[in-house]
Write a protein that binds this ligand. Structure first.
Ligand SMILES: [Fe+2]
Ligand SMILES: [Fe+2]
Length: 224
């Protein structure tokens, strides 16, 4: 398969197939109180994830020599920082102290690893974060919005209008990078392996996320 565009389409479908039924962070069929609990937990961890995304992109920019791609990254950095501030403020408005939240070690490790990947080729980096990671984020946010619509409409609207459109743009940066750079069978194999690596790591973080959300719930009030 030498056509990069066709390759990107196939790889996106493979990633989507990997993720079918695997985002365990939310329980769409759960009772309203349970859904709200999981949404809140997701928002707390989300504040951390958005901030680490800013750090990650800042670390990567000097290591993306392809100008057409590098030029897109400062805009993404700006978006992630805005998401961080919006989510943080929403939690403050809900009476929480977002800065007291202790991030999940598995998410910390995931972002530490991604930051350390900065010297890997642009094709691998963007296959991992923007293409695989951000595409899955979009699906995750779509679910979150759906699940939050009745129990927390204001938060659902925040995600729908202020965050999700940006995340679709970030996923498009990943597709653009692959269309540009995954132009030989060898490079396509590299991109596919990078997606696989990322998907497995993110899935492990999702599982840990849900385990801790449930553990916190069974051990009484949220240990902040
Ligand atoms: Fe974001
Ligand atoms: Fe993003």
């Amino acid at each position: 398969m030498s056509n990069a565009r066709e390759f990107v389409r196939v790889l996106a479908a493979e990633n989507a197939a990997f993720w079918a039924g695997k985002d365990v962070r939310l329980e769409p069929a759960a009772a309203p109180a349970e859904r709200l609990r999981l949404i809140r937990y997701r928002m707390r961890q989300g504040v951390y994830n958005e901030l680490r995304s800013v750090e990650l992109i800042a670390a990567w920019i000097p290591h993306v020599p392809e100008r057409e791609i590098r030029d897109l990254l400062p805009g993404q950095l700006d978006d992630e920082h805005r998401h961080y501030r919006l989510l943080r403020q929403r939690l403050v408005d809900l009476g929480e102290d977002p800065d007291a939240y202790r991030p999940l070690p598995e998410w910390e490790a995931l972002f530490d690893w991604l930051v350390a990947c900065r010297t890997r080729p642009t094709l691998e980096k963007l296959a991992m974060f923007q293409f695989a990671g951000e595409s899955q984020s979009c699906d995750g946010f779509e679910t979150l919005i759906e699940v939050a619509r009745d129990v927390d409409p204001e938060t659902a609207e925040l995600y729908r209008t202020q965050i999700l459109p940006d995340e679709y743009r970030h996923a498009a940066i990943g597709r653009r990078a692959l269309q540009l750079l995954a132009d030989t069978p060898e490079r396509q194999a590299v991109a596919r392996a990078a997606c696989h690596e990322m998907n497995e790591r993110v899935f492990a973080a999702y599982r840990a996320h849900r385990e801790r959300a449930d553990r916190d719930a069974s051990s009484g009030p949220d240990p902040q």
